[in-house]
Write a protein that binds this ligand. Structure first.
Ligand code: UDP
Length: 242
């Protein structure tokens, strides 16, 4: 098991991208059910008041740090997390491995038509990738969607319905989904489909992807407020747990 670092009561795995790929392979070999959470700062703030969400994160089989804020918080505790492992980068790297191993993906989430477009682009980028199925993320008929996923028998379910919905949905349906690896990937399909542009590399390298997203979508301002909240919570935790 990789070492875990506790941040605001959440257990985060000290893993890099290579280790995430290795763990995924182990999970698929194991069969059963495995949940992977890509943890960002906003999610950590939500988990501080949403008990169910916190429990879902802490019962996941792998929790990877998907933001520089999480890396910063670990450092404040004197622990070093290997690197930021973003959901969309997991998709890029995992799709490469999936071709070699013969694994298939099911894309669940985003507005109607987006998951299909994301799948199409992913297959252009990774020739030979198997897409078992797709479905948009604005459904009310859980049973119908679960039936479709079961029928398609994917090895990996990518759920892009935004947090905390995607994580809770995966957890709540763990017994019936029959998918060995389920990963919450947030807004990744919007980027893969071409609907949204990912931040230029320089923003990603400097840890400023969040700023670029805000710049492109000013309606995210409210969500940006989670960042100072997160920092205050981390400082408070450090102060009172000495
Ligand atoms: N979404 C969805 N179902 C919902 C609500 C949201 O499929 O009921 C999708 C939405 O269309 C978007 C994604 O979930 O594609 C959330 O994107 P966001 O950028 O907010 O996620 P983040 O990466 O910040 O977690």
């Amino acid at each position: 098991m990789p070492e875990r670092v506790e941040i605001l009561g959440l257990q985060v795995d000290r893993v890099n991208m290579e280790e995430v790929l290795q763990k995924t392979e182990e999970f698929i070999k194991d069969g059963g059910f495995h949940q992977v959470v890509t943890l960002g700062t906003e999610m950590a703030v939500t988990a501080s008041y949403d008990k169910e969400f916190k429990e879902v994160i802490n019962s996941a089989h792998l929790v990877v740090p998907d933001s520089v804020g999480i890396l910063w918080a670990a450092k404040k505790k004197g622990k070093v997390l290997s690197e930021r492992v973003a959901g969309i980068d997991i998709i890029y790297r995992l799709s490469e491995l999936a071709i070699k191993k013969g694994w298939s993906f099911y894309l669940l989430g985003a507005k109607p038509g987006i998951a299909e477009a994301a799948a199409e682009n992913l297959c252009k980028f990774r020739e030979g990738l198997k897409i078992a199925g797709t479905h948009h993320g604005y459904f009310t008929d859980d049973a119908g969607v679960i039936e479709d996923i079961k029928r398609c028998k994917p090895d990996i379910l990518l759920a892009a319905m935004g947090f905390p919905r995607q994580e809770k949905w995966i957890r709540n349906n763990r017994e019936i989904l029959g998918v060995p690896v389920c990963i919450g990937v947030g807004g990744s399909f919007d980027v893969l489909s071409g609907k949204l542009k990912r931040a230029p590399d320089i923003f990603i390298k400097l840890g400023l992807e969040w700023f670029y997203r805000f710049f492109k979508e000013p309606s995210r301002f409210q969500r940006l407020m989670a960042l100072p909240k997160f920092m205050i919570m981390v400082y408070k935790e450090k102060l009172f747990r000495r």
